[in-house]
Design a protein around this ligand. Structure first.
Ligand SMILES: [Zn+2]
Length: 125
């Protein structure tokens, strides 16, 4: 952290002072400064892609994505510490691994059933 730079002068959505560092020569951070709109628009494009991706995600993974997005903003504005953010990210990573293995197992058993059906009577779906 740069001690020369003051904290952002804006308030967060919860009404507390934003604790992100101000961008050089401005009183605001990236999220609250004059370029915030452009950053939000860019974020919007990323979100549009994210929404398409989310359609293919399990509800459990969607929850994790939402939680991590919220945590990133909270770390940025100082509502939670970077250590708390890292802790959430570690838990989320573990959760995603468990969900992924469960999904792989499920898809594998579907393939095994199909293969068994195929070898029994050569029936295609
Ligand atoms: Zn700010």
């Amino acid at each position: 952290m740069d001690a020369e730079r003051p904290a952002c002068a804006a308030l967060t959505k919860s009404g507390k002072p934003c604790r992100a560092l101000a961008v050089l020569d401005t009183p605001y951070c990236n999220m609250h400064g004059p370029h915030a709109r452009a950053i939000q628009i860019k974020g919007g494009k990323h979100r549009a892609n994210a929404y398409r991706l989310e359609d293919k995600m399990s509800p459990r993974l969607k929850d994790v994505v939402a939680l991590l997005g919220e945590a990133a903003q909270q770390v940025h504005s100082g509502e939670i510490t970077p250590a708390q953010g890292s802790s959430l990210a570690s838990i989320a990573t573990a959760l995603v691994k468990v969900v992924e293995s469960a999904e792989v197992e499920m898809r594998l058993s579907v393939l095994e059933v199909r293969q068994k059906r195929g070898s029994d009577g050569f029936s295609e779906e």
